[in-house]
Design a binder for this molecule. Structure first.
Ligand code: GRF
Length: 243
């Protein structure tokens, strides 16, 4: 299958996907890399691997004149469904949503040209709106996945390694999940855990966790490629991933 990988930073998960794919351990190929930041090292990794890299510079979308699209009705519908923007002031929230949608439509334009089967977030530090997700999640299939360095629903958000470590947890974890309208809330595909010893520092914890991330991301992509994952509704309203 064809993977698009979205990055914001160093891109070691991207590197691991590229390496495993080329070594024959991944039944998938990274066909394009998109970053929200021009300086992301992940773009250099893509170039070194001969993979097309693109920048959608979110900063330029988040200021300046407000985009004309989407029209009010569409924006309303998106605003009712999204759960990522915390602004309580409706007009500020809607402006921000509009800007995010403009950035996302630029990403969709670029990504579509590569016909990806799945969009893999790998250290992509932006929140995606239902506008982006709807584009890929068609016919009931979820096609956007993320890796998060904690055992969700514990420690969502940007600083999961730090939060796990500072809490004093003696078990750290990794979650690979489908992306939905919330922040780190979508159906869980797989979780793994590793020990945190009393003498560890944050750096060692991160290094240990990242090794597990690389393995788990590859395993989950292989399941997607094999087409074995299914979503089962549960009585709680949440969907559960089963094989
Ligand atoms: C990883 O810990 C990933 O789980 C998190 O951001 C980090 C990205 O690392 N969402 P890298 O850019 O893949 O090296």
């Amino acid at each position: 299958v064809r993977l698009a990988v979205l990055v914001s930073g160093s891109g070691t998960n991207l590197q691991s996907l590229i390496d495993r794919s080329r070594q024959g351990f991944l039944n998938a190929e990274v066909v394009v890399v998109v970053s929200d930041r021009p300086g992301a090292y992940g773009l250099t990794r893509a170039r070194d691997a001969g993979i097309h890299g693109h920048v959608v510079d979110y900063r330029s979308f988040m200021s300046g004149p407000l985009p004309a699209e989407p029209e009010e009705e569409v924006l309303d519908a998106l605003d009712r469904r999204q759960r990522i923007l915390k602004e309580t002031d409706p007009s500020r929230r809607r402006s921000k949503l509009k800007r995010l949608v403009a950035a996302e439509s630029a990403m969709i334009r670029i990504l579509s040209a590569y016909r990806p089967d799945y969009i893999c977030l790998a250290g992509f530090m932006r929140l995606l709106t239902p506008y982006f997700l709807d584009h890929w999640n068609r016919e009931g299939d979820l096609r956007v996945i993320n890796i998060h360095p904690a055992l969700l629903p514990a420690f969502p958000g940007e600083h999961a390694y730090r939060d796990t470590f500072q809490y004093g947890c003696k078990l750290g974890g990794v979650t690979v999940h489908f992306v939905d309208e919330g922040e780190d809330t979508g159906p869980v595909i797989a979780q793994g855990a590793y020990p945190i010893w009393p003498y560890d520092d944050l750096e060692r914890v991160e290094r240990r966790g990242l090794q597990l991330e690389y393995e788990m991301y590859a395993q989950c992509v292989n399941w997607l490629a094999a087409g074995v994952l299914e979503l089962e509704p549960t009585s709680s309203g949440r969907r559960r991933v089963i094989i």
